[in-house]
Design a binder for this molecule. Structure first.
Ligand SMILES: Cc1cc2nc3c(=O)[nH]c(=O)nc-3n(C[C@H](O)[C@H](O)[C@H](O)COP(=O)(O)OP(=O)(O)OC[C@H]3O[C@@H](n4cnc5c(N)ncnc54)[C@H](O)[C@@H]3O)c2cc1C
Length: 514
Protein backbone atom coordinates (compact mmCIF):
# COMPACT_ATOMS: atom_id res chain seq x y z
CA UNK A 1 0.00 0.00 0.00
CA UNK A 2 1.46 3.35 -1.05
CA UNK A 3 1.06 6.38 1.23
CA UNK A 4 2.35 9.94 1.11
CA UNK A 5 3.69 11.52 4.33
CA UNK A 6 2.72 14.95 3.05
CA UNK A 7 -0.95 13.96 3.37
CA UNK A 8 -2.00 14.08 7.04
CA UNK A 9 -5.14 12.02 6.35
CA UNK A 10 -2.95 9.21 4.88
CA UNK A 11 -0.29 9.16 7.57
CA UNK A 12 -0.93 10.10 11.22
CA UNK A 13 1.86 11.44 13.47
CA UNK A 14 2.25 8.21 15.47
CA UNK A 15 2.56 4.84 13.77
CA UNK A 16 3.54 1.36 14.85
CA UNK A 17 4.76 -1.75 13.04
CA UNK A 18 6.55 -5.07 13.49
CA UNK A 19 9.42 -4.03 11.23
CA UNK A 20 10.51 -0.75 9.66
CA UNK A 21 12.70 -0.71 6.55
CA UNK A 22 14.34 2.65 5.92
CA UNK A 23 14.57 3.12 2.13
CA UNK A 24 12.19 1.79 -0.56
CA UNK A 25 15.03 1.50 -3.08
CA UNK A 26 16.67 -1.56 -4.62
CA UNK A 27 17.51 -3.45 -1.43
CA UNK A 28 14.54 -2.18 0.64
CA UNK A 29 11.94 -3.33 -1.90
CA UNK A 30 13.78 -6.62 -2.42
CA UNK A 31 13.64 -7.30 1.33
CA UNK A 32 9.96 -6.36 1.58
CA UNK A 33 9.10 -8.64 -1.36
CA UNK A 34 11.05 -11.54 0.16
CA UNK A 35 9.21 -11.11 3.48
CA UNK A 36 5.85 -10.91 1.72
CA UNK A 37 6.65 -14.03 -0.32
CA UNK A 38 7.59 -15.95 2.85
CA UNK A 39 4.30 -14.74 4.39
CA UNK A 40 6.36 -13.10 7.14
CA UNK A 41 5.04 -9.61 6.46
CA UNK A 42 2.17 -8.93 8.81
CA UNK A 43 2.81 -5.26 9.48
CA UNK A 44 5.81 -3.71 7.75
CA UNK A 45 6.46 -0.05 7.08
CA UNK A 46 8.93 1.20 4.46
CA UNK A 47 10.01 4.79 4.95
CA UNK A 48 11.17 6.48 1.74
CA UNK A 49 12.74 9.95 1.68
CA UNK A 50 12.03 10.57 -2.00
CA UNK A 51 8.76 10.92 -3.93
CA UNK A 52 6.81 8.33 -5.96
CA UNK A 53 8.99 8.87 -9.03
CA UNK A 54 12.67 8.49 -8.16
CA UNK A 55 15.18 11.15 -9.20
CA UNK A 56 18.63 12.52 -8.39
CA UNK A 57 17.31 15.97 -7.45
CA UNK A 58 17.76 15.61 -3.65
CA UNK A 59 21.46 14.71 -3.86
CA UNK A 60 22.89 18.22 -3.99
CA UNK A 61 21.11 19.16 -0.73
CA UNK A 62 22.44 16.17 1.18
CA UNK A 63 26.00 15.57 -0.01
CA UNK A 64 29.02 16.88 -1.84
CA UNK A 65 32.19 15.36 -3.28
CA UNK A 66 35.57 16.41 -1.89
CA UNK A 67 38.90 14.64 -2.51
CA UNK A 68 39.10 12.65 -5.74
CA UNK A 69 36.11 13.86 -7.80
CA UNK A 70 33.22 11.42 -7.36
CA UNK A 71 30.49 11.83 -9.95
CA UNK A 72 28.13 9.28 -8.40
CA UNK A 73 27.58 11.39 -5.28
CA UNK A 74 25.39 13.63 -7.44
CA UNK A 75 24.47 11.53 -10.47
CA UNK A 76 24.74 7.92 -9.33
CA UNK A 77 22.00 7.74 -6.68
CA UNK A 78 18.26 8.31 -6.86
CA UNK A 79 15.70 8.93 -4.13
CA UNK A 80 12.10 7.79 -4.48
CA UNK A 81 10.30 4.50 -5.13
CA UNK A 82 12.80 1.99 -6.54
CA UNK A 83 15.77 4.20 -5.52
CA UNK A 84 18.84 3.79 -7.70
CA UNK A 85 17.31 0.81 -9.52
CA UNK A 86 15.53 3.52 -11.54
CA UNK A 87 18.95 4.42 -13.02
CA UNK A 88 20.94 1.21 -13.23
CA UNK A 89 21.24 -1.33 -16.03
CA UNK A 90 20.58 -4.27 -13.72
CA UNK A 91 23.77 -6.22 -14.35
CA UNK A 92 24.54 -8.92 -11.79
CA UNK A 93 28.13 -10.03 -11.20
CA UNK A 94 29.46 -12.39 -8.55
CA UNK A 95 32.40 -11.67 -6.28
CA UNK A 96 35.00 -14.40 -6.60
CA UNK A 97 36.67 -16.74 -4.14
CA UNK A 98 39.83 -14.66 -4.31
CA UNK A 99 37.95 -11.47 -3.36
CA UNK A 100 37.00 -12.80 0.05
CA UNK A 101 40.14 -14.72 0.80
CA UNK A 102 43.27 -12.93 -0.39
CA UNK A 103 46.03 -12.50 2.19
CA UNK A 104 44.76 -10.00 4.77
CA UNK A 105 41.08 -10.26 3.73
CA UNK A 106 38.71 -8.75 6.23
CA UNK A 107 35.46 -10.59 5.51
CA UNK A 108 33.81 -12.24 8.52
CA UNK A 109 31.95 -14.62 6.17
CA UNK A 110 33.09 -17.30 3.80
CA UNK A 111 32.77 -17.30 0.04
CA UNK A 112 30.70 -20.51 0.15
CA UNK A 113 28.19 -18.74 2.41
CA UNK A 114 27.89 -15.86 -0.04
CA UNK A 115 27.48 -18.17 -3.02
CA UNK A 116 24.59 -19.98 -1.37
CA UNK A 117 22.73 -16.67 -1.19
CA UNK A 118 23.59 -15.66 -4.78
CA UNK A 119 21.52 -18.65 -5.88
CA UNK A 120 18.51 -17.46 -3.87
CA UNK A 121 18.77 -13.97 -5.41
CA UNK A 122 18.84 -15.48 -8.92
CA UNK A 123 15.63 -17.37 -8.21
CA UNK A 124 13.91 -14.34 -6.69
CA UNK A 125 14.88 -12.06 -9.57
CA UNK A 126 13.87 -14.53 -12.30
CA UNK A 127 17.39 -15.26 -13.52
CA UNK A 128 16.89 -18.93 -12.65
CA UNK A 129 19.91 -21.21 -12.42
CA UNK A 130 22.93 -19.95 -14.38
CA UNK A 131 25.27 -22.56 -15.89
CA UNK A 132 29.03 -22.71 -15.27
CA UNK A 133 31.43 -20.14 -16.76
CA UNK A 134 33.09 -22.96 -18.74
CA UNK A 135 29.71 -23.73 -20.36
CA UNK A 136 29.22 -20.09 -21.39
CA UNK A 137 32.83 -19.86 -22.66
CA UNK A 138 32.08 -22.82 -24.89
CA UNK A 139 28.78 -21.33 -26.08
CA UNK A 140 30.34 -17.94 -26.91
CA UNK A 141 33.17 -18.71 -29.33
CA UNK A 142 33.72 -22.41 -28.60
CA UNK A 143 36.54 -21.76 -26.14
CA UNK A 144 37.58 -24.97 -24.42
CA UNK A 145 41.14 -24.20 -23.21
CA UNK A 146 41.88 -24.12 -19.49
CA UNK A 147 41.97 -20.50 -18.30
CA UNK A 148 45.41 -18.84 -18.16
CA UNK A 149 46.38 -15.60 -16.39
CA UNK A 150 43.14 -13.95 -17.48
CA UNK A 151 39.83 -15.62 -18.20
CA UNK A 152 36.44 -14.77 -19.63
CA UNK A 153 33.56 -14.52 -17.22
CA UNK A 154 29.95 -13.48 -17.78
CA UNK A 155 27.56 -11.13 -16.01
CA UNK A 156 23.76 -11.54 -16.05
CA UNK A 157 21.26 -8.80 -16.93
CA UNK A 158 17.94 -8.53 -15.14
CA UNK A 159 14.81 -8.68 -17.31
CA UNK A 160 13.25 -5.80 -15.33
CA UNK A 161 15.88 -3.59 -13.65
CA UNK A 162 13.55 -0.97 -12.14
CA UNK A 163 12.35 -2.40 -8.82
CA UNK A 164 9.45 0.07 -8.60
CA UNK A 165 8.08 -1.67 -11.72
CA UNK A 166 9.20 -5.16 -10.74
CA UNK A 167 7.37 -4.94 -7.41
CA UNK A 168 4.47 -2.80 -8.62
CA UNK A 169 1.72 -5.05 -7.24
CA UNK A 170 3.45 -5.34 -3.84
CA UNK A 171 3.72 -1.53 -3.70
CA UNK A 172 0.16 -0.89 -4.77
CA UNK A 173 -1.87 -3.63 -3.17
CA UNK A 174 -0.14 -5.70 -0.47
CA UNK A 175 -2.12 -4.81 2.68
CA UNK A 176 0.66 -6.02 5.03
CA UNK A 177 3.19 -3.51 3.66
CA UNK A 178 2.81 0.26 3.95
CA UNK A 179 5.29 2.28 1.88
CA UNK A 180 5.40 5.92 2.94
CA UNK A 181 7.06 8.28 0.46
CA UNK A 182 8.32 11.81 1.17
CA UNK A 183 9.43 10.74 4.65
CA UNK A 184 13.05 10.88 5.88
CA UNK A 185 14.22 8.91 8.93
CA UNK A 186 16.34 11.30 10.99
CA UNK A 187 16.59 9.86 14.50
CA UNK A 188 16.30 6.75 16.63
CA UNK A 189 15.18 6.46 20.26
CA UNK A 190 16.69 3.69 22.41
CA UNK A 191 16.01 1.85 25.61
CA UNK A 192 19.50 0.45 26.30
CA UNK A 193 20.50 -1.63 23.26
CA UNK A 194 16.93 -1.79 22.05
CA UNK A 195 15.67 0.73 19.51
CA UNK A 196 12.04 1.63 20.18
CA UNK A 197 11.10 4.55 17.93
CA UNK A 198 12.22 5.87 14.55
CA UNK A 199 11.93 9.63 14.20
CA UNK A 200 11.09 10.98 10.77
CA UNK A 201 10.33 14.21 8.96
CA UNK A 202 8.01 14.59 5.99
CA UNK A 203 8.98 16.67 2.96
CA UNK A 204 6.29 19.15 4.04
CA UNK A 205 8.03 19.54 7.45
CA UNK A 206 5.85 17.33 9.73
CA UNK A 207 7.59 15.31 12.45
CA UNK A 208 6.47 11.69 12.82
CA UNK A 209 7.34 8.78 15.09
CA UNK A 210 7.19 5.06 14.31
CA UNK A 211 7.26 2.48 17.12
CA UNK A 212 8.66 -0.87 16.00
CA UNK A 213 10.36 -4.08 17.11
CA UNK A 214 12.98 -4.16 14.37
CA UNK A 215 14.64 -1.55 12.15
CA UNK A 216 16.54 -2.23 8.91
CA UNK A 217 18.44 0.53 7.10
CA UNK A 218 18.39 -0.11 3.35
CA UNK A 219 19.07 3.51 2.56
CA UNK A 220 22.04 3.31 0.16
CA UNK A 221 25.76 3.69 0.92
CA UNK A 222 26.09 7.47 1.22
CA UNK A 223 22.73 8.12 2.92
CA UNK A 224 23.22 5.34 5.50
CA UNK A 225 26.51 6.82 6.68
CA UNK A 226 24.77 10.19 6.72
CA UNK A 227 22.07 8.90 9.09
CA UNK A 228 24.53 7.15 11.44
CA UNK A 229 26.96 10.09 11.53
CA UNK A 230 24.21 12.67 12.07
CA UNK A 231 22.56 10.72 14.89
CA UNK A 232 25.99 10.02 16.41
CA UNK A 233 26.25 13.75 16.99
CA UNK A 234 23.21 13.55 19.31
CA UNK A 235 25.17 11.17 21.55
CA UNK A 236 22.19 9.08 22.70
CA UNK A 237 22.63 6.14 20.33
CA UNK A 238 24.66 2.93 20.90
CA UNK A 239 27.00 3.86 18.03
CA UNK A 240 27.81 7.25 19.63
CA UNK A 241 31.48 6.39 20.13
CA UNK A 242 32.02 4.14 17.09
CA UNK A 243 34.85 5.78 15.12
CA UNK A 244 34.40 3.47 12.14
CA UNK A 245 31.25 5.04 10.72
CA UNK A 246 31.85 6.46 7.23
CA UNK A 247 35.33 4.92 6.91
CA UNK A 248 36.57 2.73 4.04
CA UNK A 249 34.29 4.31 1.42
CA UNK A 250 34.98 2.62 -1.94
CA UNK A 251 33.90 2.71 -5.56
CA UNK A 252 35.26 0.93 -8.59
CA UNK A 253 37.83 2.73 -10.71
CA UNK A 254 36.62 2.88 -14.30
CA UNK A 255 37.90 4.18 -17.62
CA UNK A 256 39.77 3.48 -20.87
CA UNK A 257 43.03 1.56 -20.63
CA UNK A 258 43.73 0.44 -24.22
CA UNK A 259 42.72 0.84 -27.86
CA UNK A 260 41.67 -2.38 -29.59
CA UNK A 261 42.70 -3.49 -33.08
CA UNK A 262 40.55 -6.40 -34.16
CA UNK A 263 42.35 -9.21 -36.02
CA UNK A 264 39.48 -11.61 -36.68
CA UNK A 265 36.12 -9.82 -36.55
CA UNK A 266 33.89 -12.86 -36.74
CA UNK A 267 35.59 -14.67 -33.88
CA UNK A 268 35.96 -11.48 -31.85
CA UNK A 269 32.20 -10.97 -32.12
CA UNK A 270 31.57 -14.57 -31.08
CA UNK A 271 33.76 -14.09 -28.02
CA UNK A 272 32.67 -10.65 -26.84
CA UNK A 273 29.22 -9.64 -28.06
CA UNK A 274 26.40 -9.78 -25.54
CA UNK A 275 23.83 -12.49 -26.06
CA UNK A 276 21.27 -14.87 -24.60
CA UNK A 277 21.73 -18.44 -23.41
CA UNK A 278 18.73 -20.31 -22.00
CA UNK A 279 16.83 -17.06 -21.47
CA UNK A 280 19.64 -15.29 -19.58
CA UNK A 281 21.20 -12.20 -21.14
CA UNK A 282 24.98 -12.36 -20.70
CA UNK A 283 27.85 -9.91 -21.06
CA UNK A 284 31.33 -11.40 -21.61
CA UNK A 285 34.27 -9.74 -19.80
CA UNK A 286 37.88 -10.56 -18.97
CA UNK A 287 39.31 -10.84 -15.48
CA UNK A 288 42.44 -11.99 -13.67
CA UNK A 289 42.73 -15.68 -12.88
CA UNK A 290 42.36 -16.71 -9.25
CA UNK A 291 46.12 -17.35 -8.91
CA UNK A 292 47.10 -13.99 -10.40
CA UNK A 293 44.48 -12.15 -8.34
CA UNK A 294 45.82 -13.72 -5.14
CA UNK A 295 49.31 -12.43 -5.90
CA UNK A 296 48.03 -8.83 -6.17
CA UNK A 297 46.52 -6.43 -3.60
CA UNK A 298 43.34 -5.84 -5.67
CA UNK A 299 41.36 -7.19 -8.61
CA UNK A 300 40.22 -5.82 -11.98
CA UNK A 301 38.09 -6.74 -14.96
CA UNK A 302 38.03 -5.50 -18.55
CA UNK A 303 35.07 -4.67 -20.77
CA UNK A 304 34.99 -3.86 -24.48
CA UNK A 305 33.36 -0.52 -25.30
CA UNK A 306 32.08 -0.05 -28.83
CA UNK A 307 31.81 3.39 -30.42
CA UNK A 308 29.65 3.92 -33.47
CA UNK A 309 28.24 6.83 -35.43
CA UNK A 310 24.90 4.99 -35.31
CA UNK A 311 24.69 5.63 -31.55
CA UNK A 312 24.99 9.31 -32.44
CA UNK A 313 22.29 8.94 -35.10
CA UNK A 314 20.00 7.30 -32.53
CA UNK A 315 20.79 10.16 -30.10
CA UNK A 316 19.94 12.72 -32.78
CA UNK A 317 16.62 11.01 -33.56
CA UNK A 318 15.70 10.92 -29.85
CA UNK A 319 16.55 14.61 -29.46
CA UNK A 320 14.48 15.45 -32.55
CA UNK A 321 11.45 13.55 -31.24
CA UNK A 322 11.76 15.39 -27.91
CA UNK A 323 12.11 18.66 -29.86
CA UNK A 324 8.99 17.98 -31.95
CA UNK A 325 7.04 17.22 -28.78
CA UNK A 326 8.07 20.56 -27.36
CA UNK A 327 7.21 22.50 -30.55
CA UNK A 328 10.46 22.51 -32.61
CA UNK A 329 10.02 23.64 -36.25
CA UNK A 330 9.45 20.74 -38.67
CA UNK A 331 12.30 21.97 -40.95
CA UNK A 332 14.86 21.10 -38.20
CA UNK A 333 13.35 17.65 -37.97
CA UNK A 334 13.76 16.96 -41.70
CA UNK A 335 17.54 17.41 -41.39
CA UNK A 336 17.45 14.18 -39.34
CA UNK A 337 16.54 12.14 -42.39
CA UNK A 338 20.17 10.95 -42.83
CA UNK A 339 20.13 9.71 -39.26
CA UNK A 340 17.04 7.63 -39.95
CA UNK A 341 18.68 6.04 -43.03
CA UNK A 342 21.91 5.34 -41.11
CA UNK A 343 20.00 3.60 -38.32
CA UNK A 344 17.88 1.74 -40.87
CA UNK A 345 21.01 0.34 -42.59
CA UNK A 346 22.21 -1.06 -39.27
CA UNK A 347 18.95 -2.80 -38.51
CA UNK A 348 19.49 -5.72 -40.86
CA UNK A 349 22.71 -7.09 -39.26
CA UNK A 350 21.26 -6.49 -35.78
CA UNK A 351 18.08 -8.43 -36.53
CA UNK A 352 19.85 -11.17 -38.43
CA UNK A 353 22.45 -11.71 -35.67
CA UNK A 354 19.72 -11.90 -33.06
CA UNK A 355 17.49 -14.27 -35.01
CA UNK A 356 20.34 -16.59 -36.02
CA UNK A 357 22.43 -16.61 -32.85
CA UNK A 358 20.57 -14.74 -30.08
CA UNK A 359 23.52 -12.31 -29.99
CA UNK A 360 23.51 -8.51 -29.89
CA UNK A 361 25.36 -7.18 -32.94
CA UNK A 362 27.93 -4.65 -31.69
CA UNK A 363 28.27 -1.49 -33.81
CA UNK A 364 31.81 -0.09 -33.90
CA UNK A 365 32.53 1.85 -37.09
CA UNK A 366 34.47 4.42 -35.01
CA UNK A 367 36.50 2.52 -32.43
CA UNK A 368 36.70 -0.30 -29.92
CA UNK A 369 38.23 0.48 -26.54
CA UNK A 370 39.17 -1.76 -23.65
CA UNK A 371 37.88 -0.31 -20.38
CA UNK A 372 38.75 -1.32 -16.85
CA UNK A 373 36.54 -1.73 -13.81
CA UNK A 374 39.04 -2.07 -10.99
CA UNK A 375 38.65 -2.87 -7.32
CA UNK A 376 39.69 -0.09 -4.98
CA UNK A 377 41.85 -1.13 -2.05
CA UNK A 378 39.83 -0.21 1.08
CA UNK A 379 41.58 2.54 3.07
CA UNK A 380 40.30 4.30 6.19
CA UNK A 381 41.14 7.77 4.86
CA UNK A 382 38.62 7.32 2.03
CA UNK A 383 35.55 8.31 3.98
CA UNK A 384 32.16 9.91 4.28
CA UNK A 385 32.11 12.62 6.95
CA UNK A 386 29.73 15.28 8.17
CA UNK A 387 30.10 18.68 6.58
CA UNK A 388 30.68 21.59 8.87
CA UNK A 389 27.10 22.71 8.33
CA UNK A 390 23.69 23.03 9.95
CA UNK A 391 21.14 20.30 9.66
CA UNK A 392 19.33 20.27 6.32
CA UNK A 393 15.54 20.55 5.98
CA UNK A 394 15.19 16.80 6.54
CA UNK A 395 16.85 17.02 9.98
CA UNK A 396 20.13 15.31 8.99
CA UNK A 397 23.53 16.96 8.50
CA UNK A 398 24.85 17.09 4.89
CA UNK A 399 27.89 14.88 4.23
CA UNK A 400 31.14 15.23 2.30
CA UNK A 401 32.37 12.20 0.37
CA UNK A 402 36.15 12.33 0.63
CA UNK A 403 37.05 9.69 -1.94
CA UNK A 404 40.71 8.63 -1.91
CA UNK A 405 42.71 5.88 -3.56
CA UNK A 406 45.67 3.93 -2.32
CA UNK A 407 47.45 3.86 -5.70
CA UNK A 408 48.55 0.22 -5.49
CA UNK A 409 45.54 -0.60 -7.72
CA UNK A 410 47.86 0.24 -10.65
CA UNK A 411 49.42 -3.25 -10.46
CA UNK A 412 46.15 -5.12 -11.04
CA UNK A 413 45.10 -2.70 -13.79
CA UNK A 414 48.44 -3.10 -15.58
CA UNK A 415 48.37 -6.90 -15.24
CA UNK A 416 44.84 -6.99 -16.61
CA UNK A 417 45.85 -4.94 -19.67
CA UNK A 418 49.07 -6.87 -20.36
CA UNK A 419 47.59 -10.34 -19.81
CA UNK A 420 44.41 -9.52 -21.78
CA UNK A 421 46.61 -8.42 -24.69
CA UNK A 422 48.45 -11.76 -24.53
CA UNK A 423 45.12 -13.65 -24.30
CA UNK A 424 43.66 -11.86 -27.34
CA UNK A 425 46.82 -12.19 -29.47
CA UNK A 426 47.32 -15.86 -28.67
CA UNK A 427 43.79 -16.58 -29.93
CA UNK A 428 44.22 -14.35 -33.00
CA UNK A 429 41.27 -12.18 -31.92
CA UNK A 430 42.71 -8.68 -31.37
CA UNK A 431 45.66 -6.59 -30.15
CA UNK A 432 45.67 -3.95 -27.43
CA UNK A 433 47.59 -0.63 -27.55
CA UNK A 434 47.93 -0.01 -23.84
CA UNK A 435 47.91 3.58 -22.58
CA UNK A 436 51.60 4.66 -22.21
CA UNK A 437 51.12 5.97 -18.65
CA UNK A 438 49.69 2.60 -17.63
CA UNK A 439 52.56 0.81 -19.36
CA UNK A 440 54.95 2.81 -17.18
CA UNK A 441 52.76 1.83 -14.19
CA UNK A 442 52.56 5.51 -13.39
CA UNK A 443 50.36 5.86 -10.29
CA UNK A 444 49.10 9.19 -11.71
CA UNK A 445 47.19 7.09 -14.28
CA UNK A 446 44.71 6.36 -11.47
CA UNK A 447 43.74 10.06 -11.57
CA UNK A 448 42.39 9.59 -15.10
CA UNK A 449 39.96 6.93 -13.88
CA UNK A 450 36.57 7.89 -12.45
CA UNK A 451 34.00 6.18 -10.26
CA UNK A 452 31.48 3.74 -11.74
CA UNK A 453 28.43 4.57 -9.55
CA UNK A 454 29.17 1.56 -7.32
CA UNK A 455 29.37 3.19 -3.88
CA UNK A 456 30.37 0.73 -1.13
CA UNK A 457 31.58 0.79 2.48
CA UNK A 458 31.22 3.25 5.34
CA UNK A 459 29.22 0.83 7.50
CA UNK A 460 31.71 -2.00 7.36
CA UNK A 461 30.96 -5.54 8.47
CA UNK A 462 33.53 -6.79 11.01
CA UNK A 463 34.37 -9.69 13.28
CA UNK A 464 34.75 -7.41 16.32
CA UNK A 465 33.11 -4.12 17.40
CA UNK A 466 36.36 -2.12 17.35
CA UNK A 467 36.97 -2.61 13.64
CA UNK A 468 33.61 -2.02 12.00
CA UNK A 469 29.99 -0.94 12.36
CA UNK A 470 27.94 -4.12 11.86
CA UNK A 471 28.32 -7.81 12.74
CA UNK A 472 28.55 -10.53 10.08
CA UNK A 473 24.72 -10.69 10.36
CA UNK A 474 24.56 -6.95 9.56
CA UNK A 475 23.33 -6.02 13.06
CA UNK A 476 24.73 -2.69 14.24
CA UNK A 477 27.26 -3.34 17.01
CA UNK A 478 25.85 -2.35 20.42
CA UNK A 479 22.20 -2.72 19.34
CA UNK A 480 19.85 -5.68 19.58
CA UNK A 481 17.36 -4.78 16.83
CA UNK A 482 18.96 -2.45 14.23
CA UNK A 483 20.45 -3.80 10.99
CA UNK A 484 21.98 -2.36 7.82
CA UNK A 485 21.41 -3.90 4.36
CA UNK A 486 23.24 -2.80 1.21
CA UNK A 487 26.71 -2.30 -0.23
CA UNK A 488 27.57 0.00 2.72
CA UNK A 489 28.44 -3.11 4.77
CA UNK A 490 30.94 -4.58 2.26
CA UNK A 491 34.44 -4.74 3.77
CA UNK A 492 35.94 -4.89 0.27
CA UNK A 493 34.30 -4.52 -3.10
CA UNK A 494 35.88 -6.86 -5.68
CA UNK A 495 35.97 -5.70 -9.30
CA UNK A 496 32.42 -6.96 -9.77
CA UNK A 497 29.34 -4.71 -9.76
CA UNK A 498 28.27 -4.61 -6.13
CA UNK A 499 24.48 -4.96 -6.02
CA UNK A 500 24.18 -8.74 -6.43
CA UNK A 501 26.44 -9.15 -3.39
CA UNK A 502 24.46 -6.51 -1.47
CA UNK A 503 21.26 -8.47 -2.25
CA UNK A 504 22.89 -11.79 -1.28
CA UNK A 505 23.91 -10.37 2.09
CA UNK A 506 20.41 -8.91 2.52
CA UNK A 507 19.02 -12.40 1.81
CA UNK A 508 21.22 -13.75 4.61
CA UNK A 509 19.91 -11.00 6.90
CA UNK A 510 16.33 -12.20 6.40
CA UNK A 511 16.93 -15.08 8.82
CA UNK A 512 17.66 -12.55 11.62
CA UNK A 513 14.69 -10.25 11.08
CA UNK A 514 11.79 -12.67 10.49
C1 LIG B 1 23.73 4.45 -13.90
C2 LIG B 1 23.98 3.36 -12.88
C3 LIG B 1 24.22 2.07 -13.33
C4 LIG B 1 24.46 1.07 -12.39
N1 LIG B 1 24.62 -0.20 -12.85
C5 LIG B 1 24.77 -1.20 -11.98
C6 LIG B 1 24.84 -2.54 -12.43
O1 LIG B 1 24.68 -2.82 -13.63
N2 LIG B 1 25.06 -3.51 -11.50
C7 LIG B 1 25.19 -3.24 -10.17
O2 LIG B 1 25.42 -4.17 -9.40
N3 LIG B 1 25.07 -1.98 -9.71
C8 LIG B 1 24.86 -0.95 -10.57
N4 LIG B 1 24.70 0.31 -10.11
C9 LIG B 1 24.69 0.52 -8.66
C10 LIG B 1 23.33 0.11 -8.09
O3 LIG B 1 22.31 0.77 -8.78
C11 LIG B 1 23.27 0.45 -6.60
O4 LIG B 1 24.34 -0.21 -5.96
C12 LIG B 1 21.99 -0.06 -5.96
O5 LIG B 1 20.86 0.33 -6.70
C13 LIG B 1 21.90 0.50 -4.53
O6 LIG B 1 20.77 -0.05 -3.89
P1 LIG B 1 20.35 0.43 -2.44
O7 LIG B 1 19.04 -0.16 -2.13
O8 LIG B 1 21.47 0.21 -1.50
O9 LIG B 1 20.21 2.01 -2.57
P2 LIG B 1 19.08 2.81 -3.36
O10 LIG B 1 18.51 1.99 -4.46
O11 LIG B 1 19.67 4.12 -3.68
O12 LIG B 1 17.92 2.98 -2.28
C14 LIG B 1 18.09 3.70 -1.09
C15 LIG B 1 16.77 4.41 -0.81
O13 LIG B 1 16.78 4.87 0.53
C16 LIG B 1 16.21 6.16 0.57
N5 LIG B 1 16.74 6.84 1.76
C17 LIG B 1 18.00 7.24 2.00
N6 LIG B 1 18.10 7.80 3.21
C18 LIG B 1 16.88 7.75 3.77
C19 LIG B 1 16.36 8.16 5.01
N7 LIG B 1 17.13 8.73 5.96
N8 LIG B 1 15.03 7.99 5.25
C20 LIG B 1 14.22 7.42 4.32
N9 LIG B 1 14.68 6.98 3.11
C21 LIG B 1 16.00 7.15 2.85
C22 LIG B 1 16.65 6.80 -0.72
O14 LIG B 1 15.80 7.86 -1.06
C23 LIG B 1 16.59 5.63 -1.70
O15 LIG B 1 15.35 5.54 -2.37
C24 LIG B 1 24.47 1.35 -11.00
C25 LIG B 1 24.20 2.65 -10.56
C26 LIG B 1 23.95 3.64 -11.49
C27 LIG B 1 23.66 5.03 -11.01
Amino acid sequence: MLLDANLTEDVPGDLSSELVIIGAGTVGLYLAAALAEAKKASNIILVEAGPRVASTSLNSFTSTSVGKPHEGVHLGRAAGLGGTSSLWGGQLAEFSHADLEPPGAVWPLSYEELQKHYRVVYQRLAIGSPASMAFYRQKFGGETEAPGSVERFFTYWLHQPNFATLYKSLIQSDPSIRIIVNLTANGCEFDGENARFLHCKSASGRNLRIRSKRFVFASGTVATSRFFLSTQRDGRVPWASNDNIGLYFQDHLGGKIAKVSILDEKRFRDYFENGWVNGIKLQPKLTLSRALRQSLPSGACGIFAFDSSVSENVGNIKRTIRGLRSGLAFSSATSRINDVFAVGRSLLPIVSRYVRNRRIFALFDRSVMFNVQAEQIPIASSRIRLQDADRAMDGLVPVAVDWRCDGREIDAIYQLAAESDAYLRSRGLAELSIDPALQRRDVAFIDSLGDTYHQCGGIRMSASPGTGVVTSDCRVWGTSNVWVAGAAVLPSSSHANCTLTALAIATRLLASIQ
